[in-house]
Ligand binder design. Structure first.
Ligand SMILES: *Cc1c(COP(=O)(O)O)cnc(C)c1O
Length: 403
């Protein structure tokens, strides 16, 4: 056990199962598991390995350094694409590590060509086109020139244009006019690039939401991120169970203090909550320093972020602090210091989920898991293997893996 009194327990079997479900949603496409931002807070390398075990043939990162890290950690069973970098990025190291690179600007093409020449290797490039997200990517107006330059570099052997991709602005609203407009713009870009003679291995457009809701957008490869971790990218349409997904992360802590206080006691900074009667308070040793959103604080008449303790569901009482939150356990509380508290998990036992926290905090579940602080240890369990080995579905001993 780590000495930090809280941890994120990640079930590798859930990750594998989620990738299998996503593959079933997109039977004609390959699956790229997006593992940027430390695998949405779940731990880069263990999550990537589990995704590959589940059938992902590609891994996607934002930063080039994340992609190189995967390779150096021995993740070799999948293609890896990195799509976001600024001038001066370690592109030569990426090419030498067998990483595919996105090109989203003319300067990026020039740097990839230079890095490939230095490495004495042929870079694999995916042109990224901005079909309407208004973020990274070549605009349709920029595409023809960069394509021509890329094909010239291809003729010299510096690179191969193996992919064309784009990203959707409103995939979580599948009927929105921008989704159809971006899909059309993407099809035009594909026709342009293939018409110019590029032999594309993979054309890819779909994130988690489009993978689950828009089969027409799957093309050759889907790029789910959030759904790999078992969270719904379209909570207004359905929770994870609707899509065959299971949240992989359980955030749990031990109660640090349990103590009786009299009616009228103020709780936490600002006394935003005052106990209505004699009660027992419990302190949970996680706070905004760990990524617990301060916007999930409780107020005088509303509890904050949900917590499960002793089979009961409570909410944060008063303000979320840097290192801790407080619970009003009620006058008959039987909890003691050291008892386990769950902030979010798979929700299958009626317990709270990251989506519940997102709803209270006015954000998205992506932000909850991704911003979980670095000091919270990630531990890994495998509910399939551990259950089989122990002959029981009881909670297995935690396996420490350094992410
Ligand atoms: C983050 C990202 C994804 C994954 O998005 P989800 O909504 O988490 O599925 C896919 N493609 C690109 C380019 C991204 O930046």
């Amino acid at each position: 056990m780590n000495d930090f009194p809280a941890r994120a327990v990640v079930d590798l079997a859930a990750l594998r199962g989620n990738v299998r479900s996503l593959a079933a949603h997109a039977p004609t496409a390959q699956v790229m598991a997006v593992v940027k931002a430390d695998a949405y807070g779940h731990g880069l390398v263990p999550s990537a390995l589990a995704a590959v075990d589940g059938g992902a043939t590609w891994l996607g990162t934002a930063q080039v350094s994340e992609a190189i890290h995967l390779r150096r950690a021995g993740v070799t069973g999948a293609r890896v694409l990195a799509w976001l970098y600024a001038p001066g990025a370690p592109l030569r190291a990426a090419i030498e590590a067998d990483v595919d690179l996105a090109v989203a600007a003319r300067w990026a093409l020039d740097e990839v060509v230079a890095a490939a020449r230095e490495a004495g290797r042929t870079a694999r490039v995916h042109l990224k086109v901005d079909t309407g997200l208004g973020r990274n990517g070549l605009t349709p107006a920029q595409l023809p020139d960069v394509l021509a330059a890329a094909l010239a570099a291809q003729a010299e052997g510096a690179l191969r244009v193996v992919g064309l991709f784009s990203h959707l602005a409103l995939a979580d609203d599948p009927g929105h006019a921008t989704v159809a407009a971006q899909a059309e713009e993407f099809a035009r870009a594909v026709a342009l690039v293939e018409g110019a003679g590029a032999r594309l291995e993979v054309r890819h457009l779909a994130n988690s939401a489009a993978t689950l809701t828009s089969p027409a957008l799957h093309w050759d490869l889907v790029r789910p991120g959030l759904a790999v971790y078992g969270l719904s990218p379209v909570p207004q349409l359905g929770g994870p169970e609707r899509y065959g997904l299971v949240p992989a992360m359980t955030l749990e802590a031990e109660l640090a203090t349990v103590k009786p206080v009299p009616a009228g006691s103020g709780v936490s900074y600002g006394h935003a909550y005052v106990v209505p009667g004699d009660t027992v308070l419990g302190v949970v040793p996680l706070g905004y320093g760990d990524g617990i959103p301060r916007h999930a604080s409780g107020t005088a008449d509303r509890w904050g972020g949900p917590v499960q303790v002793g089979g009961r569901r409570l909410g944060v009482a008063g303000r979320v602090c840097m290192d801790q939150v407080v619970l009003d356990l009620g006058p008959d509380a039987r909890e003691a210091a050291g008892d386990r508290v769950v902030l979010w998990g798979d929700g299958r036992d009626g317990g709270p989920t990251a989506q519940d926290w997102a709803d209270v905090a006015g954000t998205i579940s992506y932000e909850l898991v991704t911003r979980l602080g670095a000091r919270v240890p990630r531990t890994y369990v495998d509910s399939e293997q551990d259950a089989g080995a122990a002959g029981t579905t009881a909670r297995p001993a935690d396996v420490e893996v350094t992410a």
